[in-house]
Design a protein. Sequence first.
Length: 185
Amino acid sequence: MTTIAGIAGSLRRGSYNRALLRAAAELMPEGAALRVLSIDDVPLYDADVEAKGIPAAVAALKESLAAAAGLVLVTPEYNSGIPGVLKNAIDWMSRPGSDIARVFGGKSVALVGATPGGGGTILAQSAWLPVLRTLRMELWTAQGPFYVSGVGKVFDDNGLADQELRERLRKYMAGFVEHVREHAG
């Protein structure tokens, strides 16, 4: 079984990005699973807190990510950039710095995102690039970027309702899993 970790960068219960991550988990290919990780309980980064020990929520996230074969990062776009809560969670998981190689180094990552606007998180995804390079992650780009714009038209109360987008997401996840398997083996 190939296990991929997935993190959505929004805390809102009704978040479209959380819904997109749940849809991705439903559409995984046979022999693969997407484990949805939560950042809800990650505190704001504080070096004084770190000096006393890594918080339990952060330690659990780190171990889940370290054990995963790859990462799907589902990023909203706030004010044309990275959402603070998601960046904060990634910053915490990079502490101490000696853990970066174990948790992130060489791990394949797929960036996806959803927004009500027309840009489809293109600026947020671009803003993640220096962070991913710093963490020595491998950005998967074989199928190009995965942006979802106009989310109010493709999601309903049950999740991702647009069948064409569901099929595109299914193919995207299958391609990412195939890449992760090849990269790992």
